[in-house]
Structures are given as C-alpha cells and as structure tokens.
Ligand binder design. Sequence first.
Ligand code: UD1
Ligand code: CA
Length: 424
Amino acid sequence: MLHAVILAAGKGTRMRSLHPKVLHKVMGCAMLRYVLETLYSLGVRDFCVVVGAGSDEVRSFVAEWKKGKPVSIRLVFQKVQKGTGHAVMMTQPFLKYPGEVLIWPGDMPLMKPRTIRTLMRCHRESSNSATVLSALHQDPFGYGRIIRAGGDFIAIREEIDASEAEKRIQEVSSGIYLFKTEDLFPALKKIKPLNRKKELYLTDTVEILIQQGKKVEALPLALGEEAQGINSREDLATAVRTMKNREIQYHQERGVTILFPEQTYIEPGAKIGRDTVIFPWSYIEAGVRIGRNCQIGPFAKIRTGTRIEDGAAIGSFVEVNRSKIGKKVLAKHLSYLGDAVIGDMTNVGAGTITANYDGKKKHVTRIGKKVLIGSNTVFVAPVKVADQVRTGAGAVLTRRTKTKKGEVVVGVPARVVKKKAGYR
Ligand code: UD1
Ligand code: CA
C-alpha cells in the first residue's frame, strides 16, 4: 500500500501572505495542484494532507481537485506547527501498514515524476527502511544538508544547526522521502526538539533509523531546479521561471517557433500546432488550443477556453477569451473577442469589440465565414452575423441587427445598405 503525505501546515511566514503558501500559483496553477497531480500520475490514490493555517482554503481547493477522481484524501489538522516530524506524526491513524509512505512538502511543485519513479525503484530494490531524495545545489543555503561519513549517509543537518564546514556541503535534502511505514512511526516517537528552532524535525528520524541498524540511503537523483522548495516570493519567481522554460521547451520540441522565449508566457496545458509562430510578449493560458501555421502576437493575450484553428493570425493587443476562431481568420490589431465564434477566413478589423457582458450575464457573438468586419465595429451580444457580411467602420450590431449572406451593414445601430460586400 503506497500512501502519500503532503505537508502543508506551515505558516509560510517567509511568503508574508494572508493565504496558505501551497495555494500560491506557479504559472496559473497552485503549487498544491502540481504536487497532487504528480503523485496521482505516480499511481498514488491515498493521500493525507497535513493542514494548518488557512486550512479552509486548502480544504475547498482539495475538494475541487478531487471531484471525479478515484482517490481518498484525508485532511489532517495540525493545530500548532511544531515541525515537519510533528506534522507527519499526526497522520499515523490514517496510514495502514505494512506499507510505504511517500512524504512530500507542499512547497515543492517542480519535481518530475520520472525522478520519483527512480527513487521508488531504488528504495524497493535495496529494501530500504528510508530513502531520502537529495540533489546537488549550487547555492544550498536554507536546505537540510546531507551528511556523509566515508560516503555513507548518516544524517540531515538543517541550515540553522549546521557548522561552517557542513554549510559548505552542496548535497541537500529535497524534503521528499520514502519510508517503510512500520519503521517510520516508531522512529518519529524518538525524535526530540533539540535544535535551534526547538522543532520536531522529520529529518532526525534518519539518524534514529541508522542507529537502529536499518538501511537508509540518500540518493542524489534530483536536479537542483526540481528540488527547489518555495519559501519566499523570490523563490516563487524562480519556480515560475523554471516552469516557464520547461513549457517553452515542450512546445519547441513539438515544432512551434517561439521567437523570443524570455518574453513569452505559456501556461502548462496549452496545445499549439506545428509551424505556428509565437511573437514576443504573448500570454497564453492553460487549456488554450492553437492550430498549425498560426501567428500569435506580438502582445496577444489568449485566454482559457479558446480554440484557434489552423492558419489564423492573432496580432498585437488582441485579447481572445473563451472563443472559437476559425481557419485563416485575421485579427491583427487592437481587439477584444470574448465568447465569440468566428467563421473561417473572416477578417476582424482593428478595434473590433465583442461586448459580451451585460452586467449580469455573458453572451455569445456568432460571426459567419468570410465576414469583413470594419474597424471599430462593436458586437453587442447576443448577436449573429451571416456569412460574407461586411460591416462599416464604427458599426454597432445588436441582437436586433438581422443580416443575410453578403449584406453590408453600417451605422449605430447598424442597418443594412444596398451594396455588394465582395471579399477575399
Ligand atoms: C525542509 C526540511 C529540509 C529540506 C527542505 C526542502 C525539515 C526540518 N527541513 O526545510 O531538510 O532541505 O524542507 O525544501 O524537515 N510543515 C508542516 N508543519 C510544520 C512545519 C512544516 O506541515 O509544523 C510543512 C510546511 O508547510 C512545508 C513543509 O512542511 O510545506 C516544509 O516546511 P518548511 O518550513 O518549508 O521547511 P524548510 O525550512 O524548507
Ligand atoms: Ca520549504
């Protein structure tokens, strides 16, 4: 039986936030979600989440994540934060043994599942009592150091308790461990708050197990960037950079040109087709789908729920939200397209706005194929426009504007004039 314990009760003092640390977002997605999803992808179905400060917020977040998944998640309340060892002790009634428990700090969202799979394999092959996932860090400041004697792992020393020589050690504990559950809890009973912080450190169980002659290893399998914990806003920004670079690389490997990676923001979970070019200062949210041979940006904001078909161009200062943009649609300048469905080959003139919100509800704008939208046209939704219609500059179309194929509409509110549209 593999259980996971996620530690998320700390106050997150160094974040200086009114919200729980684990709910802070990295590229649009809460740290805790990354942790839950990574564990889920590893096959974990039994979770214990230790919560403290802001537990209500964490509780509702977890309930939302859990919906429709075949998982059991217990929230264990740690009233006073007496340290990571104390936090794990709280979960004892909920873990079945014999079994394995994977312990994961909630502020560690960047770890890759592949690394954990290797950790699990090594742990099982060596029949370890405990296996600590470690990493080599250029700047190990703040992390627990892996202390070895003649190569053998003997202890983890926290920054605050470390000697000058120990502080120079670059191998650090990621805070992720695999334990034999039946060995963990007896060892936890023995730890004492004999450290500068007067906390019950989970890390001390390692020394206790070693003294008991149990097999304990620290394996430097993680990259420094994966093993980054997030304690401060500065750490958060570093994690965002790591995640952003990963996303950029993911799309590059799938045939997307990103002209200026440093200036491009693509959240995890977006899909982009081959030979699409992303110009600088584009902002693409999770769940967006973009086809092949599209041009996005510069300065485009593409929001969740949007689908852009092959060959479309979304240009500068265009925001697209929850919309379906057809093939070869051109929307190259200064527009807001929200809750819009736009047919193939329509040209969206500069300054086009879909007025989708009436103060209470959002409404849909449906625009046909090969429509030529004049500059500064406003669509007061709900509104429907036939194929090949042409709108004059500054036209305001409302639900009362009825159009037939190929008609020209002008004015405020827009009326049909006798003219032939003809376009593309
Ligand atoms: C911890 C580890 C350190 C490791 C580092 C990796 C200990 C003593 N230190 O240090 O060895 O290198 O993580 O990032 O374990 N928490 C609780 N209850 C508590 C205290 C903490 O749930 O009473 C939770 C926190 O919310 C956090 C996690 O445990 O998610 C780690 O606590 P944190 O204070 O961030 O520990 P670090 O100083 O980063
Ligand atoms: Ca931490």
